[in-house]
Each structure stands twice: as C-alpha cells, then as structure tokens.
Ligand binder design. Sequence first.
Ligand code: R7I
Ligand code: MG
Length: 383
Amino acid sequence: MSAAARLAAVGGPVSTLSRFRGALVAAVVGDCIGGEFEGAEDVPLDRVLQHLSGVEDESRGDGILQYSDDTAMMRCVADSLLTRVGFDEQDMARSFAKEYSLAPGRGYGSGVIQVLRKLASPQLSDVFQPARAQFGGRGSFGNGGAMRVAPFALAFRSAAEVRKYSRLGAMLTHSCSLGYNGAVLQGLAVHLSLQGALSLPQEFINRLISEMEVVEKEDSAQRDAKALNLAEFPYCTRLHRVKELIERSSVSVEEVISELGNGIAALQSVPTAIFCVLHCLEPREGLPERYGGLERTIAYSLALGGDTDTIACMAGAIAGAHYGIEAVPRSWQMSCEGVEEADHLAKRLYKLYQSQSSGDAVTMSDSNQPQSHASNQHPTHTN
Ligand code: R7I
Ligand code: MG
C-alpha cells in the first residue's frame, strides 16, 4: 500500500478533490462488486473474501463487473447538475428516462420502470406527477432516490441546499417521504463525510440525528409513517439504533440485519449503509488486516446480504468521501465498469463546487447557513 493510501486508510488528511473522486468512484465500485450477492439471504464472509480476491486478481480475465441502475442514475444526476449548472427537474427527469430507454436491463426496481416510461413523454409538463401516482398515490419508499444522491453533496456547498435538492431529485421517482427522506439522509451523510466529519464518529451520527429530527417533523413524514404503520420519526429511530450498535464491543451480522434491515426500502438500507461505514472505521475480526477502511466497508456491506449492490454503493459513497480516491484499490477500479466516467464527473463537480466558493472552506458550524449557488442563476429550479 502506498503512503498516501495508508494515510487515507487511517483517515488522515485527504484533499477535497480526492474525497470527491473517492465518493463517486467508491459508489460505482460498491454497485459493481455488490451485484454478485444481490438478493442473497445468507452470505458467509468467506464467500465475500473469495469474490474480492477474484476482483483483485488482474490475470483472472473474467471481464469487468457491470454497474446497475444505481450507477446509471447517479451518472444522470451528476451530468444534469453539471450541464444545467444546478438542479433542473425537467432536464434530470428526461435524462433518467433517456438512460432507461437506452439501457433498460440494468436491474431497475419494478415500480420505477413505470415512472421512467411516463417521464419519456414529451407531453408531460409536471415531471413529479408520475412518481406521485405510484403505489396507490402514496409514492415509492424504495431506496432508488438514495442510491443516486451522492452528486448532490458534491454540487452544493451547504447542508440546507443538500437537503433541499436531494429531496427534489429523489421526488422525481420517489414521492413517499420514506423514499425521499432516505435520499436526504444519504445526501447529508456524504456531505458531512466530504468535510472530514467522520473523524469524529459520535458527532457525525449526532449531527445526522439532529438534521433528521427537523426533516421528520414535517406533516408528510408524520402522515406517511402512520399510513405505513411505522413509529413516528422512523429515520431518527434507526439512527439511534445505529448509535447503540456502534457503541457495542461486538455485534453480529444477524443483529445488524434484524435491527437495521438490508432490503430495498430506503428505511431498511440507508441507515444500514451508514452503520457499515461507522463500524468499519476500525479493523474488524474476519476481515484481512491488509484491508483499509474503504475495503472493509465494501466487504462488510456485502456480508449483510439483501440489497448488497445498493447498500455497498451508498456505503461506498460515504466511505469514499472520507478516505479519498487513494483508498480505492486500483485492481477494484480496473474491474468495474463506469469508474473512469465517475472519476471524470467527480473532477468536474469539484470544479463547480470550487467555483461557488468565495475562498472560504465550509465548516461544520457554518454549513447550515444558506449560501449562494449556481442554481440561483437558473430560472427553472423548483423552490
Ligand atoms: O426504489 P427503486 O428505484 O429501487 C430499489 C432497489 C434498488 O436496489 C435498485 O437497484 C433495484 O434493484 O431495486 O424502485 P421502486 O420500484 O420504486 O421500489 C422498489 C420496490 O420496492 C418496488 O418494486 C416494490 O416492491 C417496493 N415498494 C413498495 N411496495 C409496496 N408499497 C416501494 N414502495 C412501495 C410501496 O409503497
Ligand atoms: Mg440495487
């Protein structure tokens, strides 16, 4: 391991550009590598390690691992934010629809396909309408809004903007608050991680809890929780469980699955992804000592089974923003489709991010303050 990789693996100083590249590249890598175990109920760690050593073996010649809808849609988000210099719901919606029509076989959720077909219609004026019609009018609670959200955290500087645009971007396909609030949580986790907040894990999780307390006070969140027979403040409740689990000296995979879930619902996967990152900040029994934190995070996400590609993709985005690009093994990057493109998009988003700066870095304490953003120059964004 290089000195830079070692430094990154222990969470040492990492440049912002490296964090940006790490976030998108590790998300793609998590998606591609995680595809192997998608839907599996029981994934022994041995099998995960065997799969990963296969990925590391460059002479293997199996060809590259393909990305799924997670990466396909994340690319659309990044591309639209860059082309429109901010959030433009019409452009992003058309981009999702076009991507789906060009490559429909990427493993999209069965519900979201109907939305993507409707979004392709040139007659459609309200691009949020097809999502609202899903599941009897309540909208999808799937994790599809959260899995693609990372570029919002790379495009917007303040927590308030990340909250606002993560939510709107998710609502193009997921209008149930459980769906879009999962995206808000994942977007904020990447946002905080980019700023180095994972070097203080307790503060990181406390900050997410306090953010989600505000988000889940909204009427729509209260109403949807009731309609789905969930206790009030469902994300906050799960984040408190995450906090309890990371405080324990040992926790089994079975406990993590039963406490947090590993499913396709955002509620059963976003807090789980956050847990994977926090749990793997330290070396863990059963994982090779040579693994850095990023490798541990991806390996551990796979061992949970269930929606492995999406959980590894989301955990990868958060962990990649913390450890930086140097922590993503070259062999993993070379084995995964779409890495180069993700790296290129991350570099362009970094430039956009820098161009909004007045020269002052955003700090944890001032990141709640509204700041000027490129999207303000664009008349079509929704308020
Ligand atoms: O959320 P989404 O884009 O995809 C979720 C996962 C990701 O891992 C993708 O990679 C893919 O593999 O699937 O897709 P949706 O179709 O919106 O939601 C996914 C599934 O969640 C649906 O097909 C439903 O089975 C379920 N679901 C619901 N079921 C009942 N009631 C989502 N919302 C509801 C609901 O309100
Ligand atoms: Mg998936």
